[in-house]
Write a protein that binds this ligand. Structure first.
Ligand SMILES: [Zn+2]
Ligand SMILES: [Zn+2]
Length: 339
């Protein structure tokens, strides 16, 4: 079988290796499609602080069940469409003992600190598997992972019904948070970015208000969109200091700001506003299995992904996919690799 090994930043070697049958408790998946995300690009550039090389990338994918190893209690049907959670957790640390496996003290993620799905055949523990509906497209299957990020972030915010919500950053994750918040009953959702293309994609996905904050301030935009109702919930999915600072100032007193973005350098926030306004700053990290199950439901019903898929490239051209993303930055969204 063929696999893609990133030997060092900017260099992927395709190699043919012997097929390994699934081990005890494992299922073998024939990988059909892989989505590329922002973290993968950081690994390509050598700017992901926690990824050693060589590494097989890939953590957003759709495949089919090819073979079942010994000792799998409830084996999935052969040929079933599946995807899988990429986390490897210790089960022993304090967060794990509290059931919060996504923040395991010894967390490793396939595609980063362990090998991912960038290969024709992928063996993983059966308990990581998520079975998809038969009528799912490969795009839908590859979107379960990023939608789960959005589901988990929305869950961290509590009950969304009837609330006005601001999402900063209209990249894939911001877009999906806006859509999931709406599906979870948010009243109005306003999304911001500095790239008109991403805002246009958000509008096509049904987001109520899409605002370019390089032309309009967040205060003016939220006042126009929400009026006296204001907003008490925001998701910072841009990973940009200016965006975080602006929302801490603009959100209603007592509001909740969920941090989903990844910051290149530690942002500076005016903590006197946080203190005096009783603002809650909270993090959101990856997801739980129940978030994946909810993501499958949402992809089958209300979450729209067609406007987010910019291009498909064949497996052999994975490095070109990174070059395409680098060259087109803010005017594209998700790029897929087909096997
Ligand atoms: Zn990802
Ligand atoms: Zn742990």
């Amino acid at each position: 079988m063929k696999q893609a090994v990133m030997e060092k930043p900017g260099s992927i070697r395709f190699e043919t290796v012997a097929e390994t049958p699934p081990g005890p408790g494992e299922v073998q998946i024939r990988v059909r499609q892989i989505g590329i995300c922002g973290s993968d690009i950081h690994v390509w550039h050598g700017s992901h602080p926690f990824t050693p090389y060589p590494v097989i990338q890939g953590h957003e994918f759709m495949g089919t069940v090819e073979a079942i190893g010994p000792g799998v209690d409830t084996p999935p049907p052969l040929g079933a469409k599946v995807t899988a959670l990429p986390q490897i957790v210790c089960g022993q640390c304090n967060p794990c003992r509290k059931g919060r496996f996504n923040i395991c003290e010894n967390l490793r993620v396939r595609g980063f600190q362990a090998d991912g799905c960038g290969r024709e055949l992928y063996n993983i523990p059966a308990e990581r598997l998520v079975i998809l509906p038969d009528d799912f497209t490969a795009d839908q299957g590859a979107f379960v992972e990023p939608v789960s990020v959005a589901v988990h972030a929305c869950k961290r915010a509590g009950d969304l019904a009837g609330r006005n919500v601001v999402v900063l950053g209209a990249g894939t994750i911001g877009n999906l948070i806006a859509q999931v918040a709406k599906a979870r009953g948010a009243a109005k959702v306003l999304i911001t970015d500095v790239a008109d293309y991403r805002l246009d994609v958000a509008r096509r996905c049904g987001v109520d208000h899409a605002v370019n904050t390089s032309r309009e301030s967040l205060e003016d935009a939220t006042e126009a969109a929400f009026g006296p109702g204001g907003f008490d919930l925001a998701f910072e999915a841009a990973g940009v200091e200016a965006s975080l600072r602006s929302v801490v100032k603009a959100i209603e007193k007592g509001g909740l700001v969920l941090i989903v973005g990844v910051y290149g350098k530690p942002p500076v926030v005016d903590m006197s506003i946080v203190g005096e306004h009783e603002i809650v700053l909270a993090g959101s990290m990856m997801y739980w299995r129940e978030d994946w199950e909810a993501a499958v439901q949402l992809l089958a019903s209300s979450v729209s992904i067609a406007p987010l898929v910019s291009r498909h490239l064949p497996f052999d051209e994975w490095p070109d996919a990174y070059r395409f993303i680098d060259a087109n930055g803010p005017s594209i969204m998700k790029v897929m690799v087909d096997l």
